[in-house]
Ligand binder design. Structure first.
Ligand code: NAP
Length: 279
């Protein structure tokens, strides 16, 4: 590739469903930047070679999505955040190839935007799930001073691994105990795949949460999950997965193209329309 335009990509397997090209190409157009953002479908056995050839392929950086987020850590110099979370979703060149994890700020910035002051009196947060996204969420919550983070997960070992990684402020619970801790929790975050289109529903007694609780769901297909709709019907503040997706994209764009972009209502409407038309 000999083109002089700046190019970045999202690397995944599969990658066709990724909304990142829509987001970044919208920003490139909006800010008048001569750049391009593409999808790269790369199977796990070719991932390392692909990342090593990023510059030769003309890329200034990349997003990394499933199933490559953990493998990316070993192929670039991770910052403190990516190392702590144990996964990277953004790669960029700064003399050498560097890696970070922007899911952390995506989650927190969206929560700040949707429920300002959410962290003023969170004694306890409940995180449902203990996968890769949960690691970013728990790291972010602890960084913002949440005293206790209860992780309820179907596989108890994975919740316990989060306690080992992030320390005594994390408590691991069995999946069947999730409803019992809601009354004492000011924040609930769903990081499981339950409630996603094509997946089973998330069974949860949202009515047990305190009246001033905030509910966040990382899922963005559908846009309004049953969890979020139940929380809104109960008068609780909510933060949705699309907001997180948009906020997490900002830093990669700034690193690759030199401009910190805004998450505008117009951009949100564009992605909402794409998600709705795909269903
Ligand atoms: P993951 O590592 O595969 O974790 C999936 C989690 O869901 C695990 O805790 C798993 O429990 C749980 N789970 C799956 N099926 C379940 C069931 N039938 N009953 C109970 N628990 C079940 O996935 P991930 O990368 O963390 O992603 C999780 C979700 O977050 C996905 O929906 C993803 O799209 C979303 N996400 C959104 C954003 C955003 O920007 N909005 C960013 C990242 C991720 P076990 O440990 O027992 O298997």
């Amino acid at each position: 590739m000999t083109s002089t335009i700046r190019a970045a990509c999202v690397i995944g397997w599969p990658v066709a469903h990724s909304r990142s090209p829509l987001i970044h190409n919208y920003w490139l157009k909006r800010y008048g930047i001569d750049g391009e953002y593409r999808r790269e479908a790369v199977p796990p056995e070719q991932f390392a070679a692909f990342v090593r050839s990023l510059a030769a392929r003309g890329y200034v950086g990349a997003n990394v999505t499933l199933p490559h987020k953990e493998a990316a850590l070993a192929l670039a110099e991770p910052d403190e955040r990516a190392r702590a979370v144990g996964a990277a979703n953004t790669l960029w060149f700064d003399r050498i190839l560097r890696a970070t994890n922007t899911d952390v700020e995506g989650f927190l910035d969206n929560l700040d935007a949707c429920a300002p002051d959410w962290d003023r009196n969170v004694g306890q947060a409940v995180v449902l799930g203990a996968g890769g996204a949960a690691r970013a969420v728990v790291y972010g919550l602890i960084g913002r001073g949440v005293e206790r983070v209860v992780v309820a997960n179907r596989t108890l070992d994975r919740g316990q691994a989060l306690r080992q990684r992030f320390g005594q402020r994390v408590r691991a619970l069995g999946w069947d105990e999730r409803n019992a801790v809601l009354a004492d929790s000011q924040l609930l975050v769903n990081t499981t795949t339950l409630g996603m289109a094509g997946q089973p529903d998330l069974a949860l007694d949202v009515g047990r949460l305190p009246n001033d609780a905030v509910v966040a769901d990382l899922i963005y297909v559908p846009l309004a999950t049953k969890l979020l709709r139940a929380a809104q019907a109960g008068g609780l503040r909510t933060a949705d997965g699309l907001g997180m997706l948009l906020y997490q994209a900002r830093r990669g764009f700034a690193l690759w193209f030199g401009t910190t972009p805004e998450t505008t209502p117009e951009l949100r409407a564009l992605i909402e329309a794409d998600i709705s038309s795909a269903r």
